[in-house]
Design a protein around this ligand. Sequence first.
Ligand SMILES: NC(=O)c1ccc[n+]([C@@H]2O[C@H](COP(=O)([O-])OP(=O)(O)OC[C@H]3O[C@@H](n4cnc5c(N)ncnc54)[C@H](O)[C@@H]3O)[C@@H](O)[C@H]2O)c1
Length: 393
Amino acid sequence: MTQTIGIGVIGMGWMGLVHSRAYRVIEDRFSDSGMRPRLVACADDVESRAEQGKRRMGFEQATTAWQQVIQNPDVQVVNVTTPNVFHLPMVTAAVAAGKHVFCEKPVGRSPHETATIAAAARVAGVISGVGYNYRWAPLVQYARQLISSGKLGQITHYRGRFLVGYGSHPDSVLSWRFQREVAGTGALGDLMSHVVDMAHMLAGPVEQVVSQQKTFIASRPQATPGEGTHFSVNAAGPRATVTNEDYVSALARFESGAQGTFEVCRIINGPRCEMAFEVNATHGALKWNFERMNEIELVLSDDRSQPHPGSAVIQVGPEHPGYAHFYPGPGNSMSYEDLKALEMYHFLRRVTENAAGAPGLEDALAVAEVLAAMQQSWESGNWQGVQPLPVSS
Ligand SMILES: NC(=O)c1ccc[n+]([C@@H]2O[C@H](COP(=O)([O-])OP(=O)(O)OC[C@H]3O[C@@H](n4cnc5c(N)ncnc54)[C@H](O)[C@@H]3O)[C@@H](O)[C@H]2O)c1
């Protein structure tokens, strides 16, 4: 029996379009799932973007008033893909109305806002999802299986990084991501949130961190409201100050005893979208990089009395979780948007089964606790323990 799920999307920029497309392909890619997402309503405060949701994506209604999406009785799932400043009011209003929510990372502007949002969803008892899409790469799930089955042994070292250059040009515009009042933190929320979530999934909870941050480019040309993306470059016009950080790095100690390093940057030259991890363990090692997401480097040494076997590059194939929904045979490259389709499928499945599961707002809260410890370390210059975050009422 097919179950129809009414979807409302708020924020029809890059992610709004990507999420809408992901909902649209579920009936096709996951044809035996019995789920039929219905694109009921979309909102954007820029009217042309809201209308584009209707015209290009096939939403039944488009509005510039986001509250109308939440109030629509046919909407069961509210998908928040706006700049971070709106995550708190939009998600809390949606869960108060009893809607299930999918919120993009970093979930609010600060760890404190993430904690407040997670608490509101917990009280409302709704199902939540968060945009930690790199989890869903079939070879990342394969890495997770190798670790959780014990095949790799005990993790000794974990290195996570997300290195991108969307702000590397000095005339890359001052989009909302560079403004503290709209984005909150910079590279910490934007990039480190993905890195810490991946580390949690693969290596378990982080216990302590010591961290540093830096802003390399102090001012940028102002962006034209409602136009362009955070990749836009425009040397013309007045410049304004960048009010959050370009770079964050940290040393980490995991609860398991593993030792870690994390590094993220949005202005780096060289890497293009290097969301990557390296794991070393007592019986093997793994290396994965999103820039080459369809392969993983693996060392497995079950018999430690034999010489180290060296590493092998494994190509993605139908034996890896999620892949068979896209291709029948191995070695066909999947893309970023395929990860978003897998992400929405797993989220909607949890909605239809009324099952908590991951990644949801509780996982975002666990990430936020680590990010808060990093921020405390910037102030203190010392190691900081990862602590529960207080919630304001
Ligand atoms: N998981 C990922 O890989 C990933 C990638 C990019 C962005 N993100 C996250 O997604 C979110 C959106 O990022 P983006 O790159 O799509 O940004 P964007 O600037 O491209 O889009 C945001 C949209 O929200 C609209 N908007 C702003 N205020 C609004 C309001 N009050 N009501 C309705 N709409 C409003 C804007 O007009 C814009 O169209 C951010 O939280 C970001 O961190 C996640």
